[in-house]
Write a protein that binds this ligand. Sequence first.
Ligand SMILES: [Zn+2]
Length: 73
Amino acid sequence: MGKKKIVKKGKKPHKNKPTSKKYSKYKVEGSSLKKERFCPRCGPGVFLMKSKDRLYCGKCHYAEFIGSAENHK
Ligand SMILES: [Zn+2]
């Protein structure tokens, strides 16, 4: 039998990985779902990307303009 000794060098304590942005959107599902718009074509789960003045779906290329309500600057 081959004796394999696995030496783990530099074993670090488990760190909290930064979750992806996409996942964070799922996480807030329920409370702040109003903020994140999902694609009306692709359905819930496919969120629209927010650019300067519009929302955009990278999947079906649906685009929706944001009203003046988002003017913070
Ligand atoms: Zn879509």
